[in-house]
Design a protein. Structure first.
Length: 258
């Protein structure tokens, strides 16, 4: 089952369960009003306020974190493209005899880096491309070090090797950035609080003679959509909200490698 379908099913399931809990809460509240009209509302306000405040805080926290990590991942793509482009241009100062082989390795390396993320969500295939990329990094580094040790290649040691080091380091940074997510308990708590809030909201609606479908459906739809968007932002290679468009900068770098 695809990630998008799984998240859609989760959002629809949340919406349906929240509707049921809203109705359940309303019925519980209605029965309480019948049996104890004066005590049915006693102490309800502070409890509702605490739960809804915690839910609002958790939504704000998770959404802000997801949006921040989304922007960071896009920025890292640009930084990697710049690092590769800089290192590639600095190959010009290496001995001419060493340049063709290194340029070919660079072309292979960029294609591998693009394939790592194109293979997702197939983690096995993505890991295989990561291993291939790491091997190419070693080969590029070894060849560049050997070329920079030639007579008169002092500028190469000063300029090429630091650029290659930056190109290699950004790979690890991007890989770890893709794995940075809040603990699973945060998402479980977010979904759980949404459901509890539905029950309490339904209880608070018990005073009306007729159901307010605008409020019932609106509350359930808003909460389900908020959870869906937060999860989609957390995994921008799998859902509807994606960072794939930023891969074009790497494609452009590859195209510039004549």
């Amino acid at each position: 089952m695809s990630y998008t379908l799984s998240m859609s099913l989760l959002a629809v399931s949340m919406f349906i369960v929240m509707l049921l809990l809203l109705e359940l809460g309303r019925r519980i509240g209605h029965r309480r009003l019948v049996t104890d009209p004066e005590g049915a509302r006693a102490g309800v306000g502070p409890v509702d306020g605490a739960v809804f405040a915690l839910l609002g805080l958790l939504i704000a926290f998770t959404f802000s974190g997801a949006a921040s990590r989304f922007d960071t991942r896009r920025q890292l793509i640009v930084e990697e493209a710049n690092a590769i482009g800089t290192a590639y241009l600095r190959l010009d100062i290496l001995p001419p005899s060493a340049q063709p082989a290194l340029r070919e390795k660079f072309r292979q390396y960029v294609e591998t880096r693009l394939e790592v993320y194109r293979k997702l969500p197939d983690l096995s295939a993505a890991r295989a491309e990561l291993v291939k990329g790491a091997k190419l990094q070693e080969e590029i580094w070894s060849q560049a070090v050997a070329a920079s040790q030639a007579e008169g290649a002092q500028p190469a040691r000063v300029l090429v090797l630091p650029a290659l080091n930056a190109m290699i380091d950004i790979t690890t940074t991007r890989t770890m950035a893709g794995k940075m997510h809040p603990p699973m308990i945060i998402f479980i708590m977010l979904i759980g609080l949404s459901l509890v809030s539905s029950l309490l909201a339904g209880y608070g609606m018990a005073g009306g003679k007729a159901r307010s479908w605008v409020h019932i459906v609106g509350f359930a739809a808003t909460m389900a959509l908020a959870v869906y968007v937060i999860l989609d932002l957390e995994f921008p290679r799998l859902g509807l909200i994606r960072v794939d468009a930023f891969d074009q900068v790497l494609v452009d770098v590859r195209a510039s490698m004549r």
